[in-house]
Every structure is written in C-alpha cells, then in structure tokens.
Design a protein around this ligand. Structure first.
Ligand SMILES: [Zn+2]
Ligand SMILES: [Zn+2]
Length: 313
C-alpha cells in the first residue's frame, strides 16, 4: 500500500495535466449539457451512416427503439441484444423510412436519425406487425394496388358504444395547473369536428370516462417513460380511457421554443382514446412525432376521416 506522504512526482504530473486539460474537459461537459446528449435517444447520434453489415455500439439500443414502435419483432431472438446490423434490422429501417417519407435506403442517413430523435408519442406505429402504418410499405412494393396511405385503425377496431358518444374527462391529482386549459381546448377541437361531445368532470376525475395524469419513468402500466426527450405521452384505446403524460418533459401551454405544447400532444392522444392508431400523413394530428415550439389548433381531414371510418358516421 502507498505510504500517506507528500505528493509523488507522478501525482504532481497528473495534477498539472488535469489543470492544463481542465478548460477542454469542462467545455466538453458544457456541450453535453447544451446538446441533448443525455436524451434517451442520444445513442442515435452516433449511428449516422450505419448500414447492414456494420457492428457499432448502440445498434442494440436502435433495435430496442424499433421494437418498441413495432418495426422489429425479434421475439427473444439471439440477435436482439447485439450490435449486429443484420437483415431484419435493415428491413425495419426501410419500413420506418417509408412511414416517415424518407429516402428508402435501409441506411441510417442523417435525415432518418433526425426523425428518430424527434420527440414522439410512445404508442407503436405498427401493432403485431399486421396493422397501422404498413400501407406505405405495401404501396411501395405494389404500386398497382393503390393502397391508401392514411389514418390507421388498430386490429379489433376498439371503439366507444353509441351510449358513450358524450364522454367526460378529468384531471387526476398531480396534473400541472397550466395543463388543464390547453388539454380542455384539445377536447373542444375534437368535439367540434366529430360526433363526440366532451365535458370536464370537475367534481370527480376518478369517475370520468377519460382520465388524464402525469407520470415519471416506470408508473405501473408496463410502459415506462424515458425522462426528458424521446417519448412524450401515451393513451389507451377504447374503452380504457387513460391518458398519461411524461412529467419530465419541458411542457408549455401554447407554442414556446424548446417546449412541447400540452394541447398538441393532447390532441394526438385523444385520437388514441377514441380508437385511432398512427397516421403516415405528415400534418395529420395522428402522425407520431411532435415538433417543439408548435401548437396544433385543428384536426387534419385525415384524422376526421379516420373517426368517420371507425364509427361509420
Ligand atoms: Zn400516438
Ligand atoms: Zn402509462
């Protein structure tokens, strides 16, 4: 064991080196804090340019990302947790690119990475590999089929019965005070454009048909939030009626730079509460990503058509 004596020449050299390097080291830390390096999807930034055949640290996280959103189904496959960019992964990246209107290459180009890093809904785009945003791929492979690329309805066509076309909503304890007005406004927008009517149950949120609450990380429904960035919210299909917001995001009431609008995310999640899946129409409220600093005020025709098709109204 080293004696507890004065500083050895080695220690002094080390200290000097640290003093010289300090400005660089602290600068690196500042950059990390400034950029979204700590975001749950930060690993994607290192994967730019990756393609089939590559083996790069972080590809295992990409597999988990694409599996979560329905693009991959490794089913406990041996390659689920490794960094091999295999054929299955290339196929998943291609499907993702089609859904998000990107160049169909299977390579993780910059635009694909930028899309994946965008804040988004935590619900999958493809469910059981058979539904949702799959039309884009069929259309690409078989243009003769003229597959419509639009809203999607999850398998099972979950919907509210006619006796529940007037739904009540409530805010469970813990919701930020500033969230209520923009989310109520989002319900009003759906009420204006569909056959649904919504009213705020201010007396008993527990007894409301639709319950809004804010949570951090693991919150008991098997679908943990991921901290700032990444997933913003998720909601259950009819007739469950739960809408969860990730409490760790930077939220705003209305459009504000660097923040996500409560109302815009509410507008999207209400679509799930009513039975819609994700749409591949960019500009539709049911498109999976949300742009920071923007507030949606209206539904897209595609969202309204989705509700009409589901409820046959
Ligand atoms: Zn969604
Ligand atoms: Zn949840």
């Amino acid at each position: 064991m080293a004696p507890k004596s004065d500083l050895s020449p080695f220690t002094i050299t080390l200290l000097l080196l640290l003093i010289i390097l300090f400005p660089f080291l602290s600068n690196a830390t500042a950059n990390e804090a400034h950029g979204k390096i700590s975001s749950p999807v930060a690993f994607l930034q290192h994967l730019t340019g990756c393609r089939k055949g590559d083996n790069v640290k972080g590809i295992n996280d990409l597999k988990k990302y694409l599996q979560k959103f329905g693009y991959l189904n490794y089913n406990n496959h041996i390659h689920y947790d490794d960094n091999d960019f295999d054929e299955l992964l290339e196929e998943a990246v291609k499907t993702y690119q089609l859904n998000f209107h990107l160049k169909f290459t299977g390579t993780l180009d910059e635009r694909t990475i930028i899309k994946m890093i965008m804040p988004r809904c935590g619900m999958p785009d493809i469910i059981n590999g058979t539904t949702s945003m799959r039309a884009a791929k069929i259309q690409h492979q078989h243009p003769e089929l003229h597959t419509a690329v639009h809203y999607t309805l999850p398998d099972g066509n979950y919907k509210w019965p006619p006796s529940k076309y007037h739904l009540t909503y409530g805010f469970l304890p813990g919701c930020p005070a500033g969230a209520m007005a923009p989310i109520s406004q989002a319900f009003a927008i759906w009420g204006k454009s569909t056959h649904f009517k919504f009213s705020h149950n201010t007396k008993s949120a527990q007894n409301a048909d639709l319950k809004i609450s804010f949570h951090k990380r693991d919150h008991g429904d098997g679908d943990a939030f991921d901290g700032p960035g990444g997933q913003l919210a998720h909601a259950a299909y009819p007739t469950v009626g739960t809408l969860h917001y990730d409490a760790e995001e930077t939220w705003s009431a209305g459009a504000k730079a660097g923040a996500v609008d409560y109302g815009s995310v509410g507008l999207h999640e209400i679509g799930h509460l009513l039975g819609l899946g994700h749409s591949s129409v960019e500009g539709a409220v049911m498109f999976p990503t949300v742009t920071e600093g923007v507030a949606y005020k209206n539904l897209h025709q595609d969202d309204i058509q989705g509700i009409k098709a589901l409820y046959k109204v």
